[in-house]
Design a protein around this ligand. Structure first.
Ligand code: NAP
Length: 482
């Protein structure tokens, strides 16, 4: 049986759920959210490692249409963010619109609709297909020789086993970036010994997490506008930090000094501090915020390993200097496959063209949302919409408004809209030229860039500029296809 909808959304993470809420606001009610897992929350459902939290300020990390006034601390932890996602589902009355355990494997443009195929063989069709598949949900575990031969337990940070007890265990963490700096301090408290394998160090600035006081929480509950003012002020302040993302700028130097001072204050051992100092420009990789990562490395039961990993053997990890690091558990904090965007989902547009082929030289999309040859197809958190300086949910909200207007046009006028190839090309050229001189384009490896050095994940400017460019659906950028 084929279910027919006006709109199908892939994914019930914060992107897909937020999109659903905004469709409700626009009274576009014939939509279905298809989610592969059995619950909502996306990244906040998956990442349950100890210490998982958001390093964007809590007041920024919520939607303006559903302020998270009850959030208990300045940097919310995973359980509270998962609860926020569940609250969005409730408040947006989305439950009747979501199918769980409904993994989309393919979407094909069939003349005037999308035909969507699920893993279990079910079909759905939709006039509009919105992919909110996230940028950071396909765990990446590098192919280190011998990986499968390891006799102990090994898992990715995003697949942390619910029942694991690390007390008394010898643990290795491979990776030392945003996820690892959060779980390393927690694992260090439990493990007999923890070895942190660092391929490259990161710039780390202080975090300053704290609980909101009872008075603050009361005031937000009493008058949400006080919370909104705080949110807006944080947004405005974060915008002023954009210059840090320009390589060699005065602002970048200032933050680099802050990061150096943080390292010096927390790691008095000069030899260890030297191994923790990056040699690439600040912002090239994500700048981390942590007050407890460096102190964790200073513990007697923790050591930093900077010799490259050669292979894995049943007993543990062998480094290039020939040392065997015997461990019971390996945690792969090695990040995510971020370049393909579409993951394993096959999408075919006009004339059966594959999205994978269209993106062979790097994913790209007009305003991060539409791709020529793929009518009525929209992306949430698509190419070049990630941020290094501000809260990404503001980008999502801008996309929800634009996509809702576009969907309204498609449904009201019963048309199919395909972004013009030259418009998309001009947009992409301008965006990529703005990347010149950005920290992300600098000399380092990061998940922001593809193998050719093209920045495919990050937005090139101020968030306000993106919000302004996407406020109104620009119908003139689209052609009508039969
Ligand atoms: P990541 O930033 O991609 O870092 C992966 C880590 O694994 C790096 O330290 C990397 O080293 C290392 N690595 C990768 N392959 C390796 C190999 N073959 N051998 C040795 N080391 C290897 O991944 P992540 O820490 O999971 O973070 C990903 C993103 O998720 C973040 O940038 C952030 O946007 C998001 N995140 C956010 C939060 C939050 O608080 N909001 C928390 C966690 C994650 P190199 O640096 O040398 O490549």
């Amino acid at each position: 049986m084929t279910a027919e909808y006006d709109i199908v959304i892939l994914g019930a993470g914060l992107g897909g759920i937020g999109m659903g809420c905004v469709l409700q606001q626009h009274k576009l009610t014939d939509f279905r959210i298809l989610e592969k897992a059995d619950a909502p929350g996306g990244t906040w459902r998956e990442n349950r490692y100890p210490g998982a939290a958001c390093d964007t300020e809590s007041h920024l990390y919520c939607y303006s249409f559903n302020l998270h006034t009850s959030v208990s601390r300045t940097y919310a932890q995973q359980p509270e963010l998962l609860a926020y996602a569940e609250r969005l589902v409730r408040d947006g009355e989305l439950t009747p619109h979501i199918d769980y355990n409904a993994e989309i494997v393919a979407a094909d443009w069939t003349g005037d609709r999308w035909t969507i195929r699920l893993r279990n063989g079910d079909l759905a069709t939709a006039k509009v297909f919105v992919a909110a598949w996230g940028q950071l949900n396909r765990p990446q575990t590098p192919d280190v020789p011998g990986r499968e031969s390891f006799a102990g337990q090994q898992f990715h940070s995003a697949e942390w086993p619910a029942q694991i007890d690390l007390a008394g265990k010898r643990v290795a963490s491979i990776g030392n970036a945003a996820s690892a700096v959060q779980y390393v301090p927690e694992v260090a408290k439990q493990a007999a010994h923890l070895e942190v394998f660092q391929r490259s160090p990161n710039w780390i600035v202080p975090r300053g997490d704290r609980l909101y006081t009872g008075d603050e929480l009361d005031s937000y509950a009493r008058d949400p506008e006080i919370f909104r003012e705080s949110k807006n002020a944080l947004f405005a302040w974060r915008e002023t930090t954009f210059q840090r993302m320009r390589e060699g700028s005065e602002d970048a130097r200032e933050i680099e000094q802050q990061a150096r001072a943080h390292l010096a204050a927390q790691v008095p051992d000069a030899a260890l501090a030297a191994r923790l100092l990056p040699d690439f420009p600040l912002g090239c990789k994500r700048v981390l915020r942590s007050d407890d990562y460096y102190p964790a490395l200073m513990r007697d039961n923790v050591s930093l390993v900077t010799d490259g990993i050669e292979r894995i053997v049943p007993e543990g990890i062998v480094t290039r200097d020939g040392t065997l690091h015997a461990v019971d558990v390996i945690v792969w904090g090695t990040g995510f496959e971020t370049q393909s965007f579409q993951g394993p989902v096959e999408v075919h547009g006009v004339d059966g063209v594959s999205l994978r082929d269209a993106w062979a030289d790097g994913a790209r999309a007009y305003k991060g949302m539409t791709v020529p040859g793929f009518p009525n197809f929209f992306l949430v958190y698509g190419p070049n919409t990630n941020l290094g300086h501000n809260g990404v949910l503001t980008m999502f909200e801008a996309q929800f408004g634009y996509i809702a207007q576009a969907a309204q046009t498609v449904l009201d006028e019963q048309v199919s809209l395909d972004v013009l190839g030259d418009v998309a090309q001009t947009y992409d050229d301008a965006l990529q030229s703005e990347m010149d001189g950005s920290a992300w384009a600098g000399d380092c490896t990061s998940w922001y860039k593809n193998a050719d050095g093209r920045v495919v994940n990050n937005w090139s400017g101020l968030v306000q500029s993106y919000v302004d460019q996407t406020r109104d659906f620009d119908r003139v950028a689209y052609r009508t296809v039969a």
